[in-house]
Write a protein of this length. Sequence first.
Lengths: 318, 699
Amino acid sequence: MQNFEYAIARSVDGAIELSTSESRFLAGGIDLLGEMKEYITSPKRVIDLKLIPDLDRIDTSTSTWKIGANVTIAEIARNERIRATLPGLAEAASEVGSPQIRNVATLGGNLAQHSRCWYYRHRDLRCLKRGGSTCYAREGENKYHSLFSGNPCISPIVSNLAIILAALNARVNVRRGDKDVTLTIGELYSDAWNNPLDHTSLLPGDLIVHVEIPTQKNRSTYLQVSEKGDFDWALVSCAAAGRNSEDEWADISVFLGAVAPIPYRVESPLLESGKLSREAIESIAGSIAAKATPLAHNGYKVPIAQALVRRALTRIVS
Amino acid sequence: MSGWPKNPKQLGKEHLRFDGPVKVSGSARYASDMQPVGWLYGMILRSPWPAARIRAIDLRPALSLPGIRAAVTANDAPFTIRYCGEELAAVAGLSKQACLDALIAIKVDADLLPFVVKEEAALRDTSPRVFENQPNAAEPREMQTGEVDAAFRTADKTVEGFFQTQVQLHHCLETHGNTVQVTPNEITCWASTQGISSVRDGLADNISMPLDKVHVMSEFMGGGFGSKFGPGIEGGLAARLSKEAGGVPVRLMLTRFDEALAVGNRPSSFQKVRLGAKNDGTLVAYELETFGTAGYASGGATAGGGGGAGFPAPYIYRIPSTRVRQTTVAINAGSARAMRAPGHPQASFGMESIMDEMALALGMDPVELRIKNDPSEIRRQQYQIAAERFGWNAKHHSPASSEGPVKSGTGCAGATWGGAGRGSEAEVRINPDGTVEVRCGTQDLGTGTKTLIAIVAAEIFALEPAAISVRIGDTTFPPSGGSGGSTTAASVAPAVFDACQNALADLALASGMSDPTGSNWRSATARLRINPIVARGRWKEGLSSRGVGGVQMAEVEVDTETGFVRVKRIVCVQDCGLVVNRLASVSQINGGIILGIGFALYEERILDSQTGVVLNPNFETYKLPGAADVPELDVILQDMPERGVIGIGEPVTIPTAAAIANAVSNAIGKRVTSLPITPSQILGLLEKLPGIRSKSGTS
């Protein structure tokens, strides 16, 4: 990797003060250090966030929970309150990487991580996302790539947590200069849908401080299918969440991961009706196929997405 | 009959490997741990282009950087590059980062050339040639027995298929490399190798040094699988860097990225096969046409028998009329090397798949069809032993007949291998204090060779294995062969046996005791006074033999909605002659099966047609089975002590993928036609991909 300055931030304000147009924030380092070693990114300054107090806290004192950006994935996976109230979030966290990675990786880093596209990550290539002129995946080896994209780059989002947090209507609190900005998950990724160079909508110097999760959705789940049984990226993931009291359902949302540069919302009037019969679920799952634009090697993601939508909805309503 | 003891106390028992504690505690020193005084890091600059004419390489910008002590080019320019990852130059410096910076600084002037990386494309006349003056496809190798066309006409049933296997990488956990010191008078090398002698020969040749001045050591090494016989291009570069840097040691270990490009692989195969049988199941005719790639060249200078992309056919079966035509096609990719049972897993997958198709066509049980046609009596027994242990008759059902979206299935396959011993030597030293040292110029691939040597010596001397000091991995020790072809145990054990017998005779003479073993040991050795007993021994006939079978059965579950395959259980029946260490044997078999699971479900080198690069040069996307992917492994060792020691490193990885593929096909009712069996392939076979309409009703 290239030489860099190493700075330690002691507060959110301090981190913002230390940041420059050529700096990057370091939390768990799982994504950043990999990119630096491969010369994909070469920041002039690396700002360590790990000593900022309170960023590793989970605050459940009000009905909207706050999870600090430095909370590790392992903590989210094992936290008893999260497991009881937001089971889908704990499930998504438990599928991230390996135990070693989960012990180090953080919520903020998981949300802000960059594309895993093998053209983007290859040291000898300069694809569209790296500022080159071609998305090699479109005509090339695209079995891990998107079924939906708003721009020529088809590298999909791989953050598990983004998918479940989208389904839970979470918001991301970001420090932008001297302002606090709150983004929906949709807003956090919308630029990645539109612009091949973007992984998220974060601007240089933006710092994710915490994530706010309303707890009204008392049913949630996360499922993924990978090639391997463990320690593997999702080929397709699916999160579903909703609010249930007695037989009444409200606010059901379903998102797919690894099929678009953003958490992909499964839209259906049937979801809004709150009446999820077996036939309704089948129809919602079936609706995905017509909208997808499969490429040479990723068409198999369509039936997996359908199966996961069916299973996730069946799981939360049963 | 074998000359081994009839009622052994140590042989065939379960022994923990001696070097377990030093390995798991990190105190075992591998080539990659060596830090001799004054050592430098070495690193290689590799071509980012799949084909190029290198006009000039300017090393001066690298040499001017702080911490860089030497730089060399891989060849004298101009020269031609034929694959992404081919060596351009190498540097040695005080730190890894200094070397990384230096690699970036080297200036390479190159003209890029057209290239081809897909086998089917390389076969076309219009495609770029890997070598300018020869076509990409080698002359086919053709073999025919009997009247094939006439024999097919006599068949009651004929089945055909087209099967593909992928390029699999060795990915040894310790990467390839050496720590080498070249002074004007001698070469010292700590190598990660499965052949210390061949490393010595290679280095001597490379630096033009007489053999007696070259010393190679490999006390511990982290896997080879057939890819680590010679010093490799990396060893030659390390030696030149050491010389260039004034004789200081250079440690040049490859990176994981390098491992995916330049140090071997298992060739791919594309197999068009036709099989004919009588209604009673008797096979009468067989036809096979194949191509595959072994990379830009079939083998290469340090390949250790990689050969081309051909394989044995019709594998383990004897069919009266056969026609086989096999071609190897060059592409712009790294060269193949021998890989654990070269050719056999590919052969097994194609043949055992078409056998199951035939069983279906005949309405015959797959095990019954195999027993009917398998010429090996041992394997016929093994099918029966395996079927009973597995519960085959109860479990095996007609295709796709299990209830629900998750379908279960069963499959089986067989293997064959040699595993013979050959000319190894060993030396035993019995010291006056009763301690015993055994020296042998072999190396431990990770299979427990040191422990095996101690068990043999302990058996002969009636001592505990822990009382034997074993020293291996040094070219100053009595010579032994390379660890390839499953030959190490069958070569080393007889040599150690012979040396121990000779030492024992000498000790009896020196001590005047007719039986100095066991409880007499200390009093016998005490009579040696100053001079130890030193005896040599060599491999001889009668203590080892060759030729094993091996049968595996697999049980799988396939989620027909997501395409996810889970292997539930593998039963393996393996004949193995005389078992030396039962624990290590079963462990080696477990490893072979796990490698086979990787070949079946996960592993595949993926090349990009547009750029020629390997897209998955890491463990993130080159997928290896993890603990969660390993099923219940049920290993039955079929002891035949009268046959002596036989190597079993290779046969145990051969039939796994074929058995899994047959089980998956049985589960879903569609024939698996290529490896690895991914969710994408399963969903494609089930006609669930968008745009693919069900063909039923149209044919």
